[in-house]
Design a protein around this ligand. Structure first.
Ligand SMILES: [Zn+2]
Ligand SMILES: [Zn+2]
Ligand SMILES: [Zn+2]
Length: 335
């Protein structure tokens, strides 16, 4: 990574990239439009209403335009010197709240925790399918981060091969463990908590920090303090504290970067190796402030105009106040 201090930017220099909430004239994720999505896989309904009806607080449905399809076999084949297989997988959408105008920052902490329980429920279920090697959980917030629908939602994709990024992180962690017999992430947490220059926030179960060599300005990782290799294996109090930490970090980012578009990804162990000593699950948050261009494309290096120490300080000193809710006419319930 190249930390380019000559190009040093204050948070206000990035503000053109904010996620704008327009309020949709019509939204398939809003209550009342349940028939416009594929039939639900899971829903939390405090009053136990019928399936695919309103009254839910969270709803999981198959993605209408999945990147991988659920039916069929992998059918690995040679194509001359090349190899190919069918695009088998599961692609699900978690509709985080019935309220179109809410975000993870404005929704009650209990709802953010429910979202984490939904991730866990779906991971445990998808793991039963022997075809899947990895289950990716992520969220895109804002159009430039790839969110085509504005209604708050996250996604799960179960896939039959390990993604390249995951393999690289696993390999690095395994090498570190082979040399030192210690988990690299446990060591990162320990060292960063002592140095405190890149720490953004902490609570009894989690630490949020700017990584030593961030690819993107204001890239932030949330790590559990205690070693655990898989997200879904955590004890229940962890989800409560993770919800608090996510909300805390996103609120700070909201104030410093004025509701930035972002991608958030859970990095967790593969299905077949989900309890191990060398990998430590974590959450990576990437505000979308810079553009990837020829240099990054040609090298795999990243130019980051904000040092992690500076980014962490801005976030650390930011307000934890919940922002004003959006005006009522900005929700998608109009029709
Ligand atoms: Zn909506
Ligand atoms: Zn660890
Ligand atoms: Zn990671």
């Amino acid at each position: 990574m190249i930390i380019s201090t000559d190009r040093s930017k204050r948070p206000s220099d990035f503000l053109r990239e904010s996620a704008v909430q327009k309020g949709a004239p019509y939204c398939p994720f809003c209550p009342g439009n349940e028939s416009k999505t594929p039939s639900e896989i899971l829903a939390y309904r405090p009053n136990h209403g019928p399936r695919d009806s309103a009254g839910w607080t969270l709803r999981v449905v198959p993605n209408k335009f999945p990147v991988l399809g659920i039916e069929g076999n992998l059918d690995r084949q040679a194509d001359g010197m090349f190899d190919k297989m069918n695009g088998i997988g599961a692609h699900e959408v978690v509709i985080e709240t019935p309220n179109h105008a809410e975000t993870l920052v404005t929704m009650p902490p209990k709802n953010v925790e429910e979202l984490l329980w939904a991730f866990r429920d779906r991971i445990l279920d998808l793991k039963q399918d022997r075809r899947f090697k990895y289950i990716l959980v992520f969220k895109n917030h804002g159009e430039i981060a790839g969110a085509s629908l504005e209604h708050p939602h996250s996604q799960l994709i179960a896939m039959p091969i390990l993604p390249k990024q995951v393999v690289e992180e696993l390999d690095g962690s395994k090498r570190y463990f082979a040399n030192k017999e210690r988990c690299i992430y446990c060591d990162i947490v320990k060292q960063e908590m002592e140095a405190r220059v890149r720490v953004v926030a902490e609570n009894p179960d989690f630490v949020a920090l700017a990584p030593y060599a961030p690819r993107y300005p204001f890239e932030t990782w949330i790590l559990p303090r205690r070693h655990e290799s898989a997200f879904e294996n955590s004890p229940s109090h962890l989800y409560e504290n993770l919800a608090r930490m996510m909300r805390n970090v996103l609120t700070r980012a909201y104030h410093v970067l004025e509701n930035p578009a972002y991608n958030m990804v859970i990095h967790t162990s593969p299905v077949e190796d989900n309890t191990n000593d060398y990998y430590h699950w974590h959450l990576e948050l990437m505000p979308r402030l810079t553009k990837i261009a020829g240099f990054e494309w040609g090298t795999g290096f990243y130019i980051n105009p904000t040092s992690p120490e500076e980014a962490a300080q801005f976030l650390r000193e930011a307000s934890e106040e919940e922002p004003e809710p959006l005006a009522a006419n900005q929700n998608g319930l109009g029709n």
